[in-house]
Every structure is written in C-alpha cells, then in structure tokens.
Design a protein around this ligand. Structure first.
Ligand code: ZN
Length: 301
C-alpha cells in the first residue's frame, strides 16, 4: 500500500530537479549562492569585492583579484566525498518529497551506490534535517501532546506498550504549525512536565490525554485541556477557554511514523530514534513546501 518511490511534487518535480541540477557544477554554484550569496563577494584574503571563477575539474573557486582559493564544500559533509554532488542533492530531494521516509535500500537503488554509502548518506541527511529545524524555538499557540511506543521486537515477543526494546517518544504539535518529537525515559509526571517546560512557550494552550494529570501544567501558567482516551473521548470544546481540545494531529503523526518504520526501516534502535524523529518532524513542520525544505537543507550544510 505504501509507495516507496517519491511522489511527484507539483511544486518541485523530479524533472525540475534535474533541470535545476544537471551536474556537479550546478550543485556547487548553488552552494556558493547559499553560502556566499553568489560568486561576487568580498575576498577573505585580499579584502576586495571581486568575482570568483571556478577551477576546471575541481570543487574550488578562485578570487579574480588575488588568486585566493575558496572551497564551497569546506567544513561540510560534502567535503572529501567521492559521491557526486548531484547524488547528494538528489538524496536530499528524495528526503524532502517522500512521505514515508527513504530507506537505505531505496537510496542504494536510486543513487547506484553501495548499501553502506547509501546508509551513511541517509544518516547525514537526517542530521541536516535536525540542524535545519531550529529546535531552540519554543512552540506557541495551541500545542497538542501525545506519547507513543515505537520500535522493539517485531514478532515472537510480547507486543504493545510494555514490549521489550520499545522506545517511548513524545510528540508536540502546534495546531497548523511546527512539530517536535523527543525520546523520553519514562512517563512519570516530572518527566512529562519537563518536556512541556523545555519546548512550549509559557502561557500557551496545551492539549493532552489523561497521562497529564490536572494541575501538572496549570501551576506553570499553561492552559491545559485533556481528552479521556480511556473513556473513548477524542475531542471536546471548552466554552470558557474558547478552545477545542484534542491530540488528533500528533496521533496522525505517530500513525504515519509507525507505518513508515514498519514499511521502510524494519527496526530502529533507541540510539538512532531521535534522528528518525527529526527527519519526520522536519517534513511535518514544512509540509507543502518542498522547495523551501530543500533550501533549508542546503543552508544547513
Ligand atoms: Zn582575493
């Protein structure tokens, strides 16, 4: 049911991608654009504003005035890579346009590299996604919170909440806005409260399920509403607050995340979980803006 190939985006199609980035020179020019604003800028060596020309067959630009070398990929993950820049760019494109994530196998097939190289490229791009996300910014407005249990044993063992090897994760979503997700050690009241204090702006409205007891957040100035999932209650409107409390956005996110883990990644250990969460929340936060996502990734290099 899940398609593993990237969906053609009306905003940035595969055809458009290859028209924009036909070769490594085009990728390099784009990195120059993002890092230096183009090829004409104040040279770090001679201090004069001058044009920089690309050296043939090298990933290097040269100052027309003094001959100073500029390597656009210096201090980035693209430096010293033998994989063509176009392959890296195309991998980033795939990560921006997919819905269910990109497995190592899929990257291997699309880029024509070894599985080891494909896996490494994938992990680097997930790191870029977490870097590009701006995690320091607090979530504001109306925020939904919902926890989930992911990963762990696929068969043979006991399934469900307490199953061995499962990682506990907490999702936080602004209504119609940004998203974050973090690995948490347990669901104790102090742990939950800490997640909110660390990620949500003071005074914001927070929707949770009954895991968050009343009084846990209101003491810190949050407006708090709970849905009682145990009682099959999924949303309610509070007249006094003028808010509808529910956690459907985050629940939808966990549904997609779990299905994707099942269909593409087979197993994610707790150690790597945060990377995958960052990948999926990056896409959720920037949904519908493939071009914007792609430029954020290049900017995070
Ligand atoms: Zn110079």
């Amino acid at each position: 049911m899940t398609s593993k190939s990237p969906s053609a985006s009306p905003e940035f199609s595969v055809r458009e991608f290859f028209a924009r980035f036909p070769n490594d020179d085009a990728c390099l020019a784009h990195i120059m654009e993002v890092r230096f604003g183009g090829t004409r800028f104040v040279c770090a060596s001679c201090g004069k504003e001058s044009t920089h020309h690309k050296l043939a067959a090298r990933r290097t630009y040269v100052c027309a005035n003094c001959g100073h070398h500029v390597n656009p990929t210096a201090n980035t993950i693209l430096h010293d890579t033998r994989t063509p820049l176009v392959s890296w760019f195309y991998a980033m494109y795939l990560f921006c346009t997919t819905r269910h994530g990109v497995s190592g196998k899929e990257l291997q097939r699309q880029l024509g590299v070894t599985y080891k190289t494909a896996y490494r490229i994938g992990q680097h791009i997930r790191d870029l996604m977490s870097k590009a996300q701006g995690f320091d910014a607090l979530l504001a407005g109306h925020i939904e919170l919902d926890e989930a249990y992911v990963g762990g044993r696929r068969s043979g063992g006991k399934r469900g909440r307490g199953a061995p090897g499962k990682t506990i994760v907490m999702g936080l979503a602004e209504r119609n806005g940004r998203m974050k997700a973090v690995v948490i050690p347990n669901v104790k009241a102090d742990t939950l409260r800490e997640v909110v204090l660390k990620n949500v702006e003071k005074g914001a409205t927070v929707s949770t399920d009954e895991l968050y007891s009343y009084g846990l957040l209101t003491g810190d100035g949050f407006k708090h509403g709970r849905v009682k999932h145990g009682a099959k209650e999924y949303a309610y409107y509070n007249y006094r607050a003028g808010e509808t409390f529910h956690v459907n956005t985050v629940e939808g996110f966990w549904k997609l995340f779990k299905a994707s883990v099942r269909s593409t990644h087979i197993q994610i250990s707790g150690k790597h979980m945060q990377r995958y969460l960052d990948e999926f929340t990056f896409r959720a936060s920037n949904r519908g803006r493939v071009n914007g996502m792609f430029d954020l990734l290049v900017g995070a290099l």
